[in-house]
Design a binder for this molecule. Structure first.
Ligand SMILES: [Zn+2]
Length: 220
């Protein structure tokens, strides 16, 4: 899943308006931001395997530190803890950030074939395999993403042109990358996957920047 993760982050702005969209992006995509680095370090493994599921040409051979149930619970607790230490007293915000980190596991389990580990060293893996149904995948992710974008735009308003154009450009870029991955050729190698994966950090910084150019929209 790609757009669906960002959709939850965008929508979470309504629950926790004080949290920057950059932090919300960091939380929802933490597993996928950690993963490429662990690939480079050789701690996790992916193979190019067109047809692994209909939607993705990747075989997620091993990714227990970034994508197991146990580790996502731990990352989630660490994120919530770190947030409440750094920003004292914002319990709802801290819980929202922690929940977003864990939501990555739930959404990925829906999409992936049974390759999502439960524990770090165990062999039990789960996955509902929605990626074998491209039409449903596309409909679900698009609906989530549109809803998330609408909620974010309703919860915030632009302070200046950058707050409007920057947001539209961010949304358009995420959609373009999603469709390029969906309909484009498979990546040439697992090294290329790891390299491209690191580019996701760009969206985190981009979201921090956009969020600074937008303020809360007060309902009248
Ligand atoms: Zn993931």
């Amino acid at each position: 899943m790609f757009l669906g993760h960002y959709a939850l982050a965008l929508g979470a702005k309504r629950i926790a308006p004080a949290v920057s969209l950059g932090t919300l992006f960091l939380a929802c995509q933490f597993a996928d931001l950690l993963w490429p680095t662990l690939l480079v370090l050789g701690l996790e493994r992916v193979e190019i395997d067109p047809g692994n599921t209909v939607v993705t040409p990747l075989n997620f051979v091993s990714y227990p530190y970034s994508h197991s149930l146990v580790m996502l619970l731990i990352w989630s607790a660490l994120f919530a803890g770190a947030y409440s230490v750094l920003r004292r007293g914002r319990t709802i915000a801290a819980v929202t950030v922690g929940t977003l980190v864990f939501s990555h596991y739930v959404l990925d389990v829906i999409m992936h074939r049974p390759d999502m580990p439960i524990t770090i060293s165990g062999t039990q893996k789960i996955g509902l395999g929605l990626w074998n149904y491209p039409g449903t995948t596309l409909a679900l992710e698009s609906a989530l993403f549109i809803a998330g974008a609408v909620v974010y735009m309703g919860a915030t308003r632009e302070r200046d042109r950058a707050g409007r154009i920057g947001l539209y450009a961010l949304i358009a870029t995420l959609v373009a990358i999603y469709f390029a991955a969906l309909y484009g050729p498979p990546p040439p190698s697992s090294d290329a996957v790891a390299m491209a994966g690191h580019l996701s950090w760009l969206f985190v910084f981009w979201a921090y920047w956009v969020d600074r150019h937008r303020g809360p929209r007060r309902s009248s």
